[in-house]
Ligand binder design. Structure first.
Ligand SMILES: [Zn+2]
Length: 316
């Protein structure tokens, strides 16, 4: 009798235990499911993103931005956008707005345009800001970043007349690098001549006004910088020519060819490349070179980016 009772007790105990365990597992799973449904990952899949896409969105965006996409309809190009190499989260909604307004633009272009602020009008009053002078030789001066009227380059130096027309001045470091470059070119049978370099605020103002009063604002803005917005005020920019060359012919010269291959090795980059007018704000200028220093010029050269893009992504 005792044995049977014991067996029954064990049996009951086992049954109850199994029921409890099953109940627990079920409950835990239900709780997990409930918890998962609260996550943005789940909510994004509910909006139509695949699980993989949801994961990517969560990895790339901060909580606030995740929530935005959880609360709004599926954005068809969001995943591609955040996968763009030069995507910057701070411009997320500007990319989206710009793409919506310019549906035919490729996303990499959208990213580049917004990164350099060119989704705004050049010289846009709400966008322009003083150049960050703490960047030294890497300062960015363009149609959104300006120098004060009294900004002057450090240790301004006359460029040696073997490599320049009269009255060309740049910062000492720029001069040293330029002379090194021009003498290396000379050894290769190439003559480089600096034609225009440092221009102070007043001089730039005069250049711009000349265009402005004779040809109007559109023309002036296309071919000259407004005072304070010219890279020539930095003392880090040189317009380089060779004897007989003009702005039209310089790119067909051996000197241009030599610079295209070698300028970065001496710390210079071509500042306004062909086909990038919409990013730099300037027509292609085969003659305008900007000193950055060897290390950074090499990085810019290898990146294939305009300096505006490079600065926005890596230095700002
Ligand atoms: Zn120039």
């Amino acid at each position: 009798m005792k044995k049977i009772k014991l067996k029954k007790k064990v049996k009951n105990f086992l049954i109850i235990s199994i029921v409890i365990i099953i109940g627990l597992i079920f409950g835990i799973n239900k709780y997990k499911e409930y918890k998962y449904k609260q996550t943005n990952e789940y909510k994004l899949t509910e909006k139509g993103y695949t699980l993989e896409e949801s994961k990517k969105i969560i990895k790339k965006l901060n909580d606030k931005n995740e929530t935005y996409f959880v609360e709004n309809d599926k954005n068809d190009f969001l995943v591609e956008l955040i996968s763009e190499k030069y995507f910057m989260e701070k411009y997320l909604y500007e990319y989206i707005d710009y793409k919506n307004d310019n549906k035919k633009k490729e996303l990499n272009d959208v990213v580049a345009i917004v990164n350099v602020r060119a989704n705004k009008e050049w010289y846009d009053i709400d966008t322009v800001k003083p150049t960050d002078l703490t960047k030294g030789n890497l300062i960015l001066v363009n149609k959104f970043n300006y120098l004060d009227k009294d900004f002057e380059p450090e240790a301004i130096t006359n460029i040696n007349l073997s490599y320049a027309y009269d009255n060309n001045r740049v910062s000492k470091e720029t001069n040293d690098a330029y002379v090194k470059m021009a003498s290396a070119a000379k050894k290769d049978g190439i003559q480089l001549l600096a034609n225009s370099s440092y221009r102070d605020y007043e001089k730039q103002e005069a250049v711009y006004k000349d265009y402005y009063y004779s040809k109007g604002i559109t023309y002036a803005d296309k071919y000259a910088a407004r005072a304070g917005y010219s890279e020539h005020q930095t003392g880090l920019a040189i317009d380089i020519f060779t004897t007989g060359a003009t702005t039209k012919t310089f790119e067909t010269t051996e000197a241009f060819d030599w610079l295209s291959k070698n300028a970065y090795k001496y710390g210079f980059i071509l500042r306004y490349p062909k086909g990038k007018e919409y990013l730099t704000g300037y027509e292609y200028e085969s003659w305008h070179y900007r000193y950055l220093g060897e290390s950074e010029a090499t990085k810019v050269f290898n990146s294939g980016l305009t300096y505006d893009e490079y600065y926005a992504y890596y230095l700002e």
